[in-house]
Design a protein around this ligand. Structure first.
Ligand code: DP6
Length: 417
């Protein structure tokens, strides 16, 4: 290592979050995070939902430390340690001539790291922040330590942070292959198609207001594995053929099949939660109302316009076949769920231009929206039941941010900015 001089070497990366369209639920190995079935997800545009992480190493750091959204958090969790250990094992020589830094492969074992991570969406909203976070941690540590492993290998390390994180190593549509090996070496993600393959799709997320503390995915799926007979049937009989059909639908951009499979799989995941003892309820009345709204509209149109899917919480992820459909969907959503405080600007995050496509630029426009024709009781409005919407699209995988202004750690002090 470079003499006595105290240097700080840093790397910054950004990773997207992802939403499963065929769900992962249930582990066959808790420690290695090996799933009971394959799953498929769509990666969301990192401009709208992503984690940015800076990792720094210095001989002056006495211990590993981490900050999340500016607040220091404990790094003692086994999952962080697994990711750090696996990346450290694969670290290689690093030389930064400009800064006069030389780190030998074997030095990495002794060097401590500081990690600062930031989500560009509210962590508390229950939007797979751990997926983006662990993918970003592994990807960025890999860059700092000059790791040469391919993306498949990186995904398998991210998997040990949080299962769904392995799918955030790629953009577009991604499959997590459950694998067969006991050591987890073949349980990794593969990219099915990149984000340009099906770029008509528009994704609208309804962040649903909820006061209820939800069961974490980790403990929820543990209870399901221990008690639900339906999970065996799902994992062994239903998912394998559904995965093949979903891959086909994605390849052919067959929205009708894609939507039917996505909705059915989300509903089965929540059925499996209900089949758990004690039962787990992730969706609430608002979630159910959104399902009815979409189901009725799809039924009247004769062919699906929008797919819905729900993870371990009440938020709805709605995938529209194109922008025109997304605009019609947004009109319906705003009719039923007008903004509580009459502030449209903060009610629509992400790609706000969808508002003008829907012809809604002001609260007066929201109030003037006609009742959706398929709605039987048109006066039903539920102000305040949705906190806000986020409009996004399929997006790209992780990338390095070379511009130092993105760094979340101060290169002089080595501490979070
Ligand atoms: C419902 O990946 O959060 O979002 O592996 O225990 O960290 P751990 O669980 P996590 O579970 C995600 C479950 C899900 C479905 C999915 O993303 O496939």
């Amino acid at each position: 290592m470079a003499g006595e001089r105290q240097w700080v070497l840093m790397a910054t990366g950004r990773s997207p979050t992802n939403i499963a369209v065929i769900k992962y639920w249930g582990k066959r190995d808790e420690a290695l995070i090996l799933p009971v079935n394959d799953s498929i997800s769509v990666t969301l545009d990192p401009d709208h939902l992503s984690a940015t992480t800076t990792v720094a190493a210095s001989p002056s750091f006495p211990s590993d430390r981490m900050w999340l959204n500016g607040k220091e958090i404990e790094l003692s969790g086994g999952r962080f340690q697994s990711c750090l250990r696996e990346i450290r094992k694969r670290a290689r020589d690093v030389e930064d001539e400009k800064k006069g830094i030389k780190i030998k492969k074997e030095d990495w074992e002794k060097l401590h790291v500081h990690i600062a991570s930031y989500n560009n969406f509210p962590t508390a909203a229950g939007l797979a922040s751990s997926a983006a976070g662990f993918a970003c941690l592994v990807f960025t540590l890999g860059k700092l330590m000059n790791v040469n492993e391919d993306y498949g290998e990186l995904s398998s390390i991210a998997r040990q942070g949080s299962g769904s994180a392995c799918r955030s190593i790629y953009g577009g549509f991604v499959k997590w292959c459950m694998g067969k090996n006991d050591d987890g070496s073949d349980s990794m993600a593969v990219q099915l198609v990149d984000e340009s393959h099906w770029d008509d799709l528009v994704i609208i997320i309804a962040v649903v207001s909820s006061k209820q503390k939800e069961t974490s995915s980790t403990s929820g799926m543990r209870d399901t594995v221990e008690t639900s007979p339906l999970l065996q049937y799902r994992a062994q009989t239903v998912v394998p053929s559904r995965i093949l059909k979903m891959e086909e639908a994605i390849k052919n951009r067959d929205f009708e099949s894609f939507a039917r499979l996505t909705c059915t799989d989300s509903n089965q995941f929540h059925a499996v939660c209900l089949d758990t003892s004690p039962p787990i309820f992730y969706m609430n009345d608002t979630s159910h109302r959104i399902i009815s709204l979409v189901e009725k509209w799809n039924h009247v149109e004769g062919t699906p316009q929008v797919a819905y899917t729900f993870d371990a919480g009440p938020n709805a992820v709605l995938i529209a076949r194109n922008r025109k459909t997304a605009a019609l969907l947004l009109q319906r959503l705003l009719y039923c769920f007008p903004p509580q405080d009459n502030d449209l600007e903060s009610y629509m995050l992400g790609d706000k231009s969808i508002l003008s496509d829907a012809g809604v630029q002001s609260i007066a426009d929201v109030e003037a929206l006609p009742a959706p024709p398929e709605m039987k009781t048109p006066n039903q409005k539920f102000k305040g039941d949705v906190s806000y919407f986020i409009c996004s699209r399929p997006g790209a995988g992780p990338k390095v941010l070379t511009d130092e202004s993105h760094a979340l750690i101060d290169s002089a002090t080595g501490l979070a900015k």
